[in-house]
Every structure is written in structure tokens, then in C-alpha cells.
Write a protein that binds this ligand. Structure first.
Ligand code: CO
Length: 228
């Protein structure tokens, strides 16, 4: 069986990379094989120009990765939720980093009225964000709109991560876990901090906070402690 010439290049690159890594550190692959202990879960865009490990200068084994079009976190997406649950409950990552990028094709498509097929449904949640801030967008030109929506999308997805039962349960059992929103610029390769960092349950809006009946009873007793 012969490979397509393009695939041959991939195999050649791979062998070079594997040799290079082994030359640099002979324990690299044995260590990789023994375990993965990433501190970070990265949720990013599928865009081929955005690679989690490379951007953060991290090696394989140092970051757990979930990618989809436009780095969206939807509460009924069992793929994303499963990655999140495994990362938080089993790998015990300490940071979840949602990373968007300026000029995102998914965000750009969400701003248009042109249909792309099935993916229109996926991008609908980004239209919802636009719709919520429509009065702000009316003052912006097309490029400014893409830029702002890329940023707002990251902020919304950070919130969505925090609203999951997975992250809230981790906080309730005292696990150290924070959620961050970053954005990457393809023009200079620089990651920017959007200053949306969430570290505990109290930082999310009350309506999204989820407690068991026992927690609720305990909280209400605490709330009335001064009159008992
Ligand atoms: Co993108």
C-alpha cells in the first residue's frame, strides 16, 4: 500500500520529531507512556492556525485539549462535557482555559446571514450573544464587530464552563479549580488575558448556582443563625 505523497511528509516529520525528542531527553517517551498529569484543560477553536501546546509552549502530556468550531461550550454537548468531567474529576486539572482567537471563521459566520448547513445550528449560540448586545454592535463596523464578538464569545463560554455541574461539584468538594478566558491573535501570535477569571461558586450569578437539598438546608440555617 502506498501513501499519498502528502502523508509521506507527515511520517517523515514524525520520525524526525521522535528522534529529536529522544535525543533531547531519553526518558521523554517512557515518561509520557507512564502517565499524563496535565494542570490545564484547554478549550479552543478547531481552526488549524491555533494549536494549544505550541501557543503555550507546553509539551505533550502537559495540557488536556478539547477543540470545536468557535470554542463553544454547550450544556447538552456530551463530547465537551465528557472531556470536562474527565479533566476535572480524574486528571484533576487546576485551570480550565477557554481560548478564542480574533478573526474566528465561526464567529464571522455567526455574524452573517448566509447559510452554511448543519453548522448554522452550532453557531446559533453565538448569534444569541450578538442579539443580547445588539445595541452595542450597531455602533461598530464589520471588523470591530467580529473582534468584539470573538471576545464576548470567550466570556460567555467561560461562564458556561462555570455553570456546569462538573465545575460546581468540584468547587463544592473544595477542589482547587479556576476558569480563565484568553484570546489569541493570529496577527502577532500573542495570547491576551480577557480578565475573566472565576475561582469559586460565589463568583457566578446566583441563578446558576446549584445546591443539593442538604446544602440548601445548611445554607438557610446558616443564614438564620443570628436569630436562633
Ligand atoms: Co475559530
Amino acid at each position: 500500500m502506498s501513501h499519498h505523497a502528502d502523508l509521506d511528509a507527515i511520517f517523515r516529520n514524525n520520525r524526525q520529531w521522535a528522534h529529536f525528542m529522544r535525543d533531547q531527553d531519553e526518558d521523554f517517551f517512557p515518561r509520557l507512556e507512564r502517565q499524563q498529569t496535565p494542570e490545564y484543560l484547554w478549550i479552543g477553536c478547531s481552526d488549524s492556525r491555533v494549536s494549544a501546546n505550541e501557543i503555550m509552549g507546553l509539551l505533550p502530556g502537559e495540557v488536556f485539549v478539547h477543540r470545536n468550531v468557535a470554542n463553544v461550550v454547550v450544556h447538552t454537548d456530551f463530547n465537551c462535557l465528557s472531556v470536562l468531567q474527565y479533566a476535572v474529576d480524574i486528571l484533576k486539572v487546576r485551570h480550565i482555559i477557554v481560548t478564542g482567537h480574533y478573526g474566528c471563521g465561526g464567529v464571522r459566520a455567526a455574524l452573517e446571514n448566509r447559510s452554511f448547513g448543519l453548522i448554522d445550528n452550532w453557531l446559533r449560540t453565538i448569534k444569541d450573544i450578538y442579539h443580547r448586545f445588539e445595541d452595542v454592535f450597531t455602533h461598530l463596523d464589520a471588523e470591530q464587530s467580529v473582534r468584539l464578538l470573538c471576545e464576548l464569545n470567550v466570556q460567555q463560554q467561560v461562564a458556561n464552563v462555570c455553570h456546569t455541574t462538573i465545575v460546581q461539584d468540584a468547587w463544592k468538594r473544595g477542589q482547587t479549580l479556576s476558569v480563565h478566558g484568553l484570546i489569541y491573535s493570529l496577527s502577532d501570535g500573542i495570547l491576551r488575558d480577557l480578565q475573566v477569571n472565576v475561582h469559586n461558586m460565589e463568583e457566578i450569578p446566583k441563578i446558576y448556582q446549584m445546591y443539593s437539598d442538604r446544602d440548601l438546608l445548611r445554607r438557610s440555617l446558616q443564614g438564620h443563625a443570628h436569630i436562633l
